[in-house]
Design a protein around this ligand. Sequence first.
Ligand SMILES: C[S@@+](CC[C@H](N)C(=O)[O-])C[C@H]1O[C@@H](n2cnc3c(N)ncnc32)[C@H](O)[C@@H]1O
Length: 279
Amino acid sequence: MLDTLLRRLLRTPRVDVWRGWYRRYDENPFAVDPESVSRERFLSLAAGTRRNDALVATLGERFGKLPDAEFVDELALATQVVPKDEELDWSHGFLLYAVLTSYLEQVGSDRPVTIFETGTARGFSAVCMAKALRDAGRAGTILTVDMLHAERPLFWNSIADADGPKTRVELLEPWADLVEDHVVFLRGDVSVALEQIGLVRIHFAFLDAEHTYDAVRDELAFVAAHQQPRDVIVCDDYTPRAFPEIVRAVDELAATGAYELETFASSPGRGYAYLQKSG
Ligand SMILES: C[S@@+](CC[C@H](N)C(=O)[O-])C[C@H]1O[C@@H](n2cnc3c(N)ncnc32)[C@H](O)[C@@H]1O
C-alpha cells in the first residue's frame, strides 16, 4: 500500500522536479555553476587576498608558534579562495594553529587529545589543527561535523572544481596524510550530533557551524560540559555587527566566570573568540 503510494508519488512531475532540485543541491550545495568560474579567476582572487599580517604578528607574540605561511596559503587556495561577497580571510587558520600549539605546550602530557569542530566546510580549519598536532608531535583526533557529505563527489566552489566533482577527502588529497592521521568527518546536523556523540573529554573545540544564538549556546554548553580547567574553545565570527547572536552566546558563557574570554579581530567584519576554562 505504502509502496504503491510512493511509486505513484514519484511518478508525478512535481515530485520529479523536486527530486531533481534536491539532487542538484546535494551535489552542488554551494550552488555555483562550476563552468562559470575559471581557474584564473580563483588564482586572481588568491593573489588579491592576504591574511591579516598584523593579526598574525599579534598571534605570534601572544601564543608563540605560528604555522608555515606557505602551508596555510596553499591549503587556503583549495579551501578558502572562493568567489563570495565578503572579503576572503583565512587568518583563523593561523589563530587555530597558534592557540592549539600553545595549549599542547601548556598541558604538556603525551596523552592523545580530542578536538571537536562544528562546521567542516571544505576542511581548512580541520587541516590547520591537524598540522598543529603533527608539528607538536602529538597524537589526537579532530571530530568535525557538517551537514555536507564527506564521501559524495561535490562541486565545492573551489579551484579544484575544474577537474570535476570531488569528495572532501579527494579535495584534501594533498594533505591526505594529515587527514588520515588526525581527522574524522561526521556528516549530520550539529544539533543531532550533539545528542549522538559520546565523549568523555573535549580538550579543544572550534565552533563555526550555524551562527544563531540558540545553536552556539547549545554547542558551547555541550563542549563546556566535557572540558576541564585550561581546555579551550575558539569561536569564529565573534563580530558584534555581523553576528550579534554569536557574541551574545559567548559573552553569556564568559559572564558565568567558567571561562576567560579573549578576542581577536582580523577586520571590523571578522573577529574570533578564545575561551579558556578557568580553575
Ligand atoms: C563557515 S563554514 C565552516 C568553515 C570551516 N570551519 C573553515 O574554516 O573552512 C560553515 C559550515 O557549517 C555547516 N553548517 C551550518 N549549520 C550546520 C548545522 N546545523 N549542522 C551541520 N553543519 C552545519 C555548513 O554546511 C558549512 O559548511
